[in-house]
Write a new protein. Structure first.
Length: 105
């Protein structure tokens, strides 16, 4: 492949990544734990948008369990966000495995 073509392709991909980053700001993913007792919603820009805790998850005698449920729901939401970001990037890169963080994602 011609080195100039490679540079053009990388510049084109970088432009498309910018478009994806803008699109990700409007995406919301969620994660849950404890059979949906705790739900966390994340924005594509990595912001926590909402935390929902069912009343039955609140036991004043076992705060540690609630903390674990919140952590698990957040971890699940983050994994879902990473999957969504990977799918979006795959569409731009044609499935090429580029190093993480190459375009700031």
């Amino acid at each position: 492949m011609n080195p100039m073509d490679l540079i053009k392709n990388l510049q084109n991909m970088q432009s498309k990544v910018g478009e994806i980053q803008d699109k990700m700001k409007s995406i919301t993913v969620s994660g849950s734990s404890g059979g949906e007792m705790v739900r966390v919603e994340l924005g594509g820009d990595m912001t926590v948008r909402k935390v929902t805790i069912a009343p039955e998850a609140v036991d004043p005698g076992d705060i540690g369990m609630l903390e674990d449920l919140v952590l698990a729901a957040f971890t699940d939401a983050l994994a879902n966000l990473r999957d969504t970001m990977q799918q979006e990037m795959s569409a731009v890169t044609g499935g090429m495995n580029l190093p993480p963080g190459l375009f700031g994602m």
